[in-house]
Ligand binder design. Structure first.
Ligand SMILES: [Mg+2]
Length: 228
């Protein structure tokens, strides 16, 4: 097989990420439940607050912490308590220090793939936070480059294609998010491999669009071996 370039997503593709956020969100919703709001209402307010903060401050655990605090202050109004705000901050600090949990089969599959193809890790988020996660994962050595961008949109993909001189017909994006991995990659003219993750973040859900490239769907990271 000819050498391909594989752009590989990190969160919920190489390691668990969203399950840890979901756990904090469940704890947060329980924490504010005594205020009398339905759980799904609290979640909706949180999602709206996150969308706004992501536009303004980007992705990442600090932006998430800000959203939790703002949601609490909005729901609690004049009932807001300082120690609850502190408790929320503690939950976020704990989340920040959670070590990456590598998904099953990832290291050996990366070893196989990197011996045959060029691998580039392509993730979005807060640069320092994502770089620290990559380093702690111990997977850095499999990649020729690590690319961290604020948003994975068509412009970001096109920039990456140009920077790394990727031949589109031999370039693939591999990831779990239709919105950030699959659709913009196909729109930019790349091929894509979709690996659905059961806990993909609500804000990443989207219909799969088609493009000129190929779209392959596999159920585990390990299965990439059968295609590359
Ligand atoms: Mg992801």
């Amino acid at each position: 097989m000819r050498r391909h370039t594989l752009l590989i997503d990190a969160d919920d593709t190489l390691w668990e990420n969203n399950v840890f956020f979901e756990r904090v969100i469940e704890d947060f919703i329980s924490l504010v439940e005594p205020l009398g709001y339905a759980r799904d209402y609290t979640r909706r307010i949180l999602n709206e607050t996150e969308r706004r903060n992501i536009r303004q401050h980007g992705y990442g655990v600090r932006s998430f912490g800000r959203s939790l605090e703002e949601t609490y202050l909005k729901l609690a109004g004049h009932m807001a308590k300082r120690n609850t705000v502190e408790q929320v901050a503690r939950m976020v600090r704990e989340l920040e220090s959670t070590p990456p949990k590598i998904l099953d089969g990832v290291p050996e599959t990366l070893a196989y793939l990197s011996s045959r193809h060029r691998l580039i890790l392509f993730t979005k988020g807060e640069a320092a936070e994502q770089a620290a996660k990559v380093e702690r994962s111990g997977l850095q050595g499999f990649f020729e480059a690590i690319e961290i961008v604020p948003e994975k949109d068509v412009t970001a993909y096109t920039g990456l294609i140009n920077r790394h001189r990727i031949v589109k017909s031999h370039g693939w994006m591999v990831g779990n998010s239709p919105r950030s991995d699959i659709n913009p990659a196909l729109q930019a003219g790349l091929n894509a491999v979709f690996i659905p993750h059961h806990a993909t973040w609500e804000l990443e859900h989207s219909e799969l669009l088609s493009g000129t490239g190929k779209l392959v769907i596999v159920s585990t990271f390990r299965e990439l071996r059968h295609h590359f």
